[in-house]
Design a protein. Structure first.
Length: 321
């Protein structure tokens, strides 16, 4: 199979059994649906990078010889590569969760059940200093502790503090009306405000406490401020939408200058009985996304921060194929 098919199959599997040393290479997520897991690894080979959660019963095996060499075994294939150390959360990035915990209770996410705590600007600064010079950018995300207004203030203070590092900064938070302008005025390069679901109806079912229209308004305003190729949004693949609904969502977003990050569902929390999307569906939707990105003059290779720069959790047209 080619690398695109291989990565789609790995994203369907979602896990890997690790043989060999894991010291210094395990990443533990503090945000999103993967939070609370025992850990994951980033396997890379050529231009392919994939993040896989560690599980002893996985159909995928990664045999680690040393820090610069590993072999991935899957469906009769053996692929040489390496397991990349995660600087903070993912390779080559200080990807930091400012607020760990959330007042919103989205059905796919276990963050609301975890202990609520947040990092001060000083804490964040020290974390970044600890991974220099092994990073290319700073990416900030956050749950919502207290209120969206409080969390926005916390993130803005962190942004002000970490600007001194002179690295590209990307921010992904729950946006209020003025959030895009506030981030732009501080010098943030890229933003990602997550619509999560392909349709309004599905969004109301899985994220009933959030406002999808508010997020969409922030995305549209961000394109005006930040420009094309600098505005992103996560859309979960496998949350109950049809192919036609996902394609309609992709077409709408790309026509507005927004790059969708099509994220295969990680079955967790209230959606733990769901299945990860199939390899075939991941390939099918990624091909459609590729066509729509090209049609609307969008290029994922421009991204310098966050998920589209990493590619570990998604099949990204323009980077993976």
């Amino acid at each position: 199979m080619n690398r695109r098919e291989l990565k789609a199959g790995l994203l369907e599997a979602g896990t890997a059994k690790i043989t060999g040393g894991t010291e210094g290479i395990i990443s533990v997520s503090k945000a999103g649906p993967s939070s609370g897991e025992e850990g994951s690894v980033f396997f890379s080979s050529g231009n392919m990078r994939v993040r896989l959660s560690i599980a002893d019963d996985s159909p995928v095996e990664i045999v680690i010889t040393d820090r610069d060499y590993a072999v991935l075994k899957f469906e009769g294939e053996e692929v040489e590569g390496k397991v990349e150390p995660a600087a903070l959360h993912c390779p080559r990035q200080a990807f930091i969760t400012v607020s760990e915990g959330c007042i919103f209770r989205c059905r796919y996410c276990s963050v609301p059940t975890q202990e609520k705590k947040f990092k001060s600007p000083e804490d964040t600064e020290r974390m970044i200093e600890g991974v220099l010079p092994d990073i290319d950018c700073i990416s900030l995300t956050s749950g919502v502790i207290g209120s969206p207004e409080e969390d926005e203030r916390r993130v803005l203070e962190v942004v002000k503090r970490v600007m001194r590092f002179g690295l590209p900064i990307g921010v992904s938070i729950y946006p209020l009306k003025e959030t895009p302008k506030k981030l732009f005025d501080l010098g943030v390069l890229e933003v990602k405000f997550n619509l999560e679901a392909a349709t309004e109806k599905l969004f109301q079912e899985i994220c009933p406490e959030m406002e999808r229209e508010q997020i969409m308004d922030a995305l549209i305003e961000s394109v005006r401020l930040f420009g094309k190729n600098r505005v992103f949004t996560n859309i979960i693949l496998g949350a109950g939408e049809s192919d036609s609904e996902m394609k309609a969502c992709i077409s709408e977003l790309t026509s507005l200058g927004i790059i969708p990050v099509i994220r295969p569902l990680t079955p967790k929390a209230e959606m733990s009985d769901f299945k990860r999307p199939s390899k075939e569906r991941i390939l099918r939707i990624s091909e459609y996304l590729s066509e729509e990105l090209q049609k609307n003059g969008l290029d994922t290779k421009v991204a310098e921060t966050m998920c589209t720069a990493c590619t570990g959790c998604d099949l990204v047209p323009g980077r993976d194929f």
